[in-house]
Structure formats: structure tokens, C-alpha cells
Design a binder for this molecule. Sequence first.
Ligand code: NAD
Length: 303
Amino acid sequence: MTERPLVWIPRPVHTDALARLRPHADVRPGYGADGATFDEISDRVAAILLRTERVDGAMLRRAPRLRIVARHGVGLDTVDVDTARELGIAVTTTPAANSRSVAEHAMTLLLAVRRGIGIAIRNEGDTRAAIRGRELSGGVLGLVGFGRIAREVAAIASHGFGMRVLAHDPMVPVSVMTDAGVEPADLPTLLSLAENLSLHVPLVEETRDLIGLPELMALPEGAVVVNTSRGGILDESALLDAVRRGHLAGAGLDVTTVEPLPSDHPLRAEPSVVITPHTGAQTEQALRRMATEAADHIIARIT
Ligand code: NAD
């Protein structure tokens, strides 16, 4: 009888993924009572279902039967992709699995800021008098980047909240935006109109500090900025400045340049800034989709 392939899972993932893998492979966790280290299974391992752990070239070379490293989520910065390619080991991601969750989180942050939830939770002074909310309905939402997450945000904002949605993304055909009921705009036009601004671009050289003080001051007075993309795209000291000047009504941040943002960071002292610790994709559905899609990539490769 041929030996069943072995799948190593260094950190816990949604249990549905384990159930999906078990008919096809032996599943060995890297945690818990029967947990195995990589060194213990390296000569047998056929697949790794990876969250954010590091898999370097030396590990890949020590695993002669390894066929695939399946990432749970996106981003390949923890895997030595060049060595994997050289050795014929597939490396996969699950880029669309959490888009809806992150989009809903962006809307959550926007609503939280617009309705003064951060101020209400602090409960200092006459909170009721301090809060003057603003409906999203009829407002303008500007999206920087129009990829997977931004498209979900656009659908929720226009269909669910009756917002006018503009987007700036030089890599996306205009027809994709207009078909989605979104108005294409260059960045200066978008900034001049966006009462609500939401960022959905990757962090690369061209997008680092894309939104600094001039861009924030170009927004209409009383605008709200939401960032669920990556810290580093929005200049945090400029944001603090624009909030303190009263130019912005507030901001919602799921991502920051340092994560988690230290408790003494000045942005945390601003009641109109709502900060979550990179939890945009932390939903039951996204965690399940990321894990089961990664399991499917493994099954396709090892059977
Ligand atoms: P995507 O690749 O589908 O879309 C990104 C879009 O940005 C692309 O359409 C691209 O053309 C556009 N873009 C790139 N540079 C641009 C620029 N200079 N100006 C305008 N547009 C530009 O990515 P996605 O899945 O929508 O993810 C967007 C961001 O969300 C990424 O930064 C990702 O890391 C982040 N993200 C965050 C979480 C979270 O938990 N908060 C989870 C998943 C993804």
C-alpha cells in the first residue's frame, strides 16, 4: 500500500479545512498535544497549509516530497518563492476569500466614525450632545483602488446606502467602473469630491504615503477617511494633523504602520478616530473560505 501524503498545518485553521483534507491525506498539526515540528515531518511532508509563518529556502530544500505551500490569505512575503519555483513546489494564495469581510469592515468603520461610536464608547462628558451624526445616504464615497475589496464596498455603498461612488484606479478599465455604477475619476477630482474616502490599494513603492497632508486637505471639510488596506499608504502624522485642525470629521483605521498601534499613540487619544487591530478579515466566513480554498489547492496538487 502506498503511503498517504502528509499535510502539515503549523497553526490552527478553520476545522472545515481539516475535514476536507482528511479523506485525501494524513493531517499533522504543528500545535497541540500531537503537534510536530517541521524537522520531525520534513522527510514526509507533501503540503503545508500556511498562515503567516515563515517558510525559507532551507526548509524547502529539506523536504524532498513537498509539492505545495498553500497560503491561507494573501501575501507571499513569508515564503521563499524563488526557491519554491526552482524546486517545482507550487505556492498558492486565496486572494478573494476575504474581500467581502474587509469591505463590510470598511463600511463598519465609516459608519462608526459618522455616528460618533468612538465618542459614545468613551462616554466622557455629555456624550449625547457631543454627537452629531451624518447619514451616508446621498453622500459621496471616493475609492482609491478599484480591485476586489473596493468593488464590494462600492456595491454595499451604492445599493445599500444610496451613496454616489467615485473610484480612482488607473489599471482598471473605465467600463468595469461604469458597469458597476461607479464614476471613474483622477485622484485630484476624487479628493475634491470625496466626503468619505476609503483606501484599497496594495502597499508598493508608488502607493507609500499616497495620502499625505496635501491630499487630506484637498478633501471637503468634514470628510472621513477609512483605511483597511495597509499602514504606510496613509501618512499617520498628516492624518493626526488634519483631524486636530478639524478639517476631517474623523477616521477609521484597520491598518497602521505599526501593528498593533501602541496604546500611547496620539491617534488613540482622538475620539473621532476609530481603530481596529487588523481585523478586517477576521470573520467566520472569511476564515472558513481561506482555509477551505487552501485545502482545495492542496488536494488538487497532491492527489
Ligand atoms: P486588488 O489587487 O484586488 O486591488 C488593488 C487595486 O489597487 C488594483 O485594482 C490596482 O490596480 C489598484 N492600484 C494599485 N496601485 C494604485 C494606485 N497607485 N492608484 C490607484 N489604484 C491603484 O486588492 P484587494 O484584494 O482589493 O486588496 C486591497 C488592499 O487591501 C491590499 O492592500 C490588501 O493588502 C488589503 N487587505 C487588507 C485586509 C485587512 O484585513 N484589513 C485583508 C485583505 C486585504
